[in-house]
Design a binder for this molecule. Structure first.
Ligand code: SF4
Length: 328
């Protein structure tokens, strides 16, 4: 076998500071604004014009005045930005940055299930968590985030059943919160599913006085011993309000530590370890592999090359009507 067959391709590491300068210059040259989710690497959040959770970023996208939006996040977020801004060019650094939760509810399966319920004479409205594809959004009546879910569910008439998709854990939490019965789609997020209950209990014991903050996408056993349940923006607001230095055990994607530290540096943040279901081993990272596909290089490349781009699809119009009614 020749040496060229055996050699792995050489990856040239570029200096992050040079990349940041290049991105800054390209932003001006290409008339672009960068939006970054709290779950992407901190260095991307640092060069972004807007950072936040999916709801905040969907709203921020409507305030962008440049002709191009670069969305450092995952695919469904880029779709939402395009839906809300049809005339703008929306680029995402990596077209393969998907979402296991969104993927757990394919539109054809949802449409078939809705049809089955209708054929049984069930009178229901479909409420979708924002982590869904645009095609799924177009099949729903309402879109919720962890921040506005209770308010939206109150708007569903009492005589209707609720089909909640795609996150079973968030759905179960909302059943508890609102007292409404729901048909729950059996989807989940690969990152929030793997938190290790044993390690969380151990971390609590080793850090007396610590406060557990967890995302409602976490399973019930984690939420049962959580002090503060909320989406990423609620977490940020919570730690900012607390002046006394405190240790927080954080059960969400590990990159979230970066905006928490920036917002309230007086505290200590410890990411709750995850557990790999197949092997039973704990993993200390809890990084979303889809969010991790975003890198400074890819942000630079997509700005420079003008691709990959989220193209407008026919069903975006219907998804927009649902998003407008629900969020903005
Ligand atoms: S953390 Fe989970 S819900 Fe969020 S993008 Fe990654 S897979 Fe999707």
């Amino acid at each position: 076998m020749s040496l060229s067959v055996l050699s792995a391709p050489v990856v040239v590491e570029e200096d992050p500071l040079d990349l940041m300068d290049e991105i800054d210059a390209l932003k001006k040259e290409k008339d672009a604004t960068i939006l970054a989710h709290f779950y992407v690497d901190g260095e991307i959040q640092d060069i972004a014009d807007f950072t936040g959770d999916s709801l905040k970023l969907a709203r921020d996208a409507t305030r962008v005045t440049t002709s191009t939006i670069v969305f450092a996040g995952v695919h469904f977020m880029g779709e939402s930005a395009k839906i809300m801004n049809p005339t703008k060019r929306v680029l995402i650094p990596d077209m393969l940055a998907g979402c296991s939760l969104a993927d757990s509810c394919p539109p054809n399966q949802l449409a078939a299930f809705q049809e089955q319920l209708r054929s049984q004479g069930r009178d229901f409205q479909t409420v979708a968590y924002i982590n869904t594809s645009a095609a799924v959004k177009s099949l729903c009546d309402w879109i919720v985030t962890s921040g506005n879910a209770r308010e939206i569910i109150d708007r569903v008439p009492q005589d209707k059943e609720i089909l909640f998709v795609p996150d079973q854990h968030l759905g179960r939490y909302l059943v508890e919160m609102t007292g409404r019965k729901m048909i729950l789609w059996p989807g989940s997020c690969m990152v929030h599913e793997i938190f290790s209950i044993q390690d969380l209990i151990r971390a609590k014991k080793n850090n007396p006085g610590s406060i557990v903050i967890a995302h409602p996408e976490c399973p019930q056993n984690i939420l049962e011993i959580t002090d503060v349940i909320g989406g990423t923006e609620k977490m940020r607001q919570y730690v900012m309000k607390m002046e006394k230095p405190t240790t927080f055990l954080v059960a969400t994607e590990a990159a979230m530590i970066h905006p928490l530290q920036k917002a309230a540096p007086q505290h200590t943040y410890i990411p709750v370890p995850g557990i790999v279901a197949s092997s039973g081993e704990t993993c200390a990272c809890n990084r979303c592999p889809h969010m991790a596909r975003n890198t400074l290089q890819k942000v630079r490349d997509c700005l420079r090359d003008g691709r990959p781009e989220i193209e407008w699809k026919d069903y975006f119009q219907q998804a927009r009507a649902v998003l407008d009614r629900s969020l903005l």
